[in-house]
Structures are given as C-alpha cells and as structure tokens.
Design a protein around this ligand. Sequence first.
Ligand code: PLP
Length: 413
Amino acid sequence: MVMSVAAPQAKGKYAEDNIFGANNRANALAEKIGVDNVINGTVGSILDEEGQLVMLHVVQEAYKALTPKEIVAYAPIQGYPDYLEAVIDQCFGQSRPNGYIQACATSGGSGVLHHIIHNYSEWGDDILTSDWHWGAYGSMCADNGRKLREFELIDKNGRFNFENFKEHVRDMVSKQYNTVIIMNSPANNPTGFALSSADWDQVIVFLKDVVKGQDKNIILVPDVAYLDYSGEKQECRKFFKKFGNLPENIFVIVAYTCSKGFTMYGQRMGAMICVTPNKDIADEFVAINQYTSRATWSNSNSAAMKSMVNICKDPAKVAELDAERAVYFKLIKERADIFMKEAQHCGLKYLPYLSGFFITIPMTEAQRVCDELEREHIFLVPLKKGVRLAVCSVSKKKIAGLAAKIKGAVDSV
Ligand code: PLP
C-alpha cells in the first residue's frame, strides 16, 4: 500500500500525462538520435518548419516594450479595463452580439472553464460536452465534484449529431437547474470539426424551446481556443452574432484565451466573456467570477495583459498580428492538406477536419497503434476512441508519408 495523507476526496488523483509523457519521450529520443529522425505530433503549440516554438513577432515586440511596473504590478482582480475591452474586441471582431457584454480576466481558457463549472453548476451535476473533447474537461469536472457527460459530436454522415445532442440536453434539463454545455467549436480539439452556421441556428432554436417558460437555465459555453486559426478573420467570427437577443435563461459565456491567438501559452492569460439581455445577470457574472478569482489565483498576469493591450490599441500592430496569424493558419492548413490527401490515397480514415491544431484518426486500438508507431520514432497521442496528430507542430516534410505509416501500424495491430 502506498502511504497517503491526502483528504479522502483527493486520494488517487494524478495528472494524466499521456500527452506530456509522449512529448517527453519524443524529446529524449530526439536528443539521442537527432531531431530530424523523430516525428513529434503530440505538441499543441505552433512549431515552425524548423521545429521551433513560434512566438509571434508582434507579441515579442510588445513584451520587449513593457516597463518594469507593467510586468510586476498587481492588476485589478477583474483585469485591467483596457484589457477587458481588448479581449471583447479581439474575440468578437465585427460580429459583436447584441446584449450586455462583460468580461473577467482568467488564467487562460482553463481558468474560464474552471469558473463556469464552479459557479454555474451544482455539486454532483452533469456538464455536457462532445465525445471528442479536450481531456482536461474531465479532470476539471471531477476535481469539482461534477461529471462530464458526452454527446456524439459527429453522426455517421460526418455531420453535427444534432439528434444525440438534443437527447442529452432534454434529459439534463429535466433533472438539473442549470445545464452547462461546453461546445468547442470552431477547430475542435482533437478533430478540427466545427458547427456550421445552420448547425448553430438549430442548436439555438432548440435551446430556446427546451427551457421556455421554465425556471431552468442553459449555460452555453463556446470554447473558442483555436478561433484565430479557424478561417478568415471576420468570416470565422460570424456565428457570435447569433448569441444576441436570446432569452434571459440562456446565458452565453465565451471561453476566450490568449494562449494560441497570441502564442502566450505559458503566460496563462484568457477571459470569460458573457452575453445576456439582462443587466443583473451580467453584473452578477462579474461579481461571482471576480470573487472566485480572488478565492483561487487572485489577480491575473499583468505583463500578459499589458502586452496584449499594447498591440490592440494600435491598428498597425493589429494588422501585423492578423497578417502573422494568417501565415500560420495557411501553414497549418497546408500540413493538414498533405496529410488528408495521403490518408485518402492509402485508405486511412480520419474525422472531418475543417481547421485547427489537430486531426484525429478514429480507432479502437489507439494505445497499441501509438506504441507501434513509437518503435518507428513517431509520437502521437492515444485517445479513448482514436489517435490525435498535432498538425500545428509537425513540419510538411515530416507530414509527408505519415498517413501511410499510421495505416501500416493500424493494419499491424
Ligand atoms: N480549450 C481547448 C479545447 C484547448 O485545447 C485548450 C488548450 O489546449 C484550452 C481550451 C485552453 O488552454 P489554456 O488554459 O492554455 O488557455
């Protein structure tokens, strides 16, 4: 028996590390046999064609321009007012929905999700998301005494599985006061799938109907972590408009993060942004989430907020930011296109990918396939129902031929 002094509810917890574990093994092998001989498709950050972690140039410059005070000062708990304005603008672009919009600074997108689970669901509640989802959602729910429940994201025709979504929501609404729905779209992690404009329309019509006339709420959480690499800037933001003019018992909280769009991953900067037709609900949002920030991490990273503001208040720098993002959006797309073309050619099935950092190959023997690939110095992430390839971090040269190697491994196990 391993000794433990943890409180009963904390016993047996451990950080699941199949992503960082595979990444560590890939890096150790690269040290030994050379980077060129290893394919590391585990990393959820943009690496350039030389395998270097990308920090956008305009962001580097903004960091260099910070004063000591801007770096070390305690920021207001809610976040600097100009940061809050900047995130709302960065998030919605020209598609700002009608209604009361408020924002609170958080520790990345993870901080948003933590606060929503903590403040908008009850102990023991289910939280709904899709079967294909970012693994951290499960830990965030479990660590807060909630249970992550999954609907099937994609139907057998490769479309949004609206029928299955409706079934789960109906059941949850019948049992719970609040139904929290985390919808990671566009550029879903791990599939690259997205709801279409028509999908969002039918989701919203249904949600309005399901809580109509009831003392029950829907908390709809679009997790847009990969928004900035999901398409043309204004086009990929159009769906946000649909969140305006909803009834009071449908509360939208957008999970926004600077991690990917500003390449600030480790800086831990994000924001929760609410949209509601009711001022009281918006004021309550600021009050309860500020309180929870104070009660968890206190205030957010001053340097990250100030450098973000430094860019956003200058139209020339915003143009530079947009241009840099467009370069990496194109690069990731080129990598994904190579992979998908080759996968089709060799008969390797992959889930419908539209944009984003990851492509998923569905299968039942994910762990065994990943073990087999590691023998060929290829490192991918095994999931419950598939294998995840990070097209954000593997160069075009290394992507070429990869689909056939994965197909070989699938056929061999
Ligand atoms: N949501 C999804 C689906 C993600 O994949 C990530 C990061 O990997 C995040 C949110 C937020 O990450 P962070 O807390 O680093 O901003």
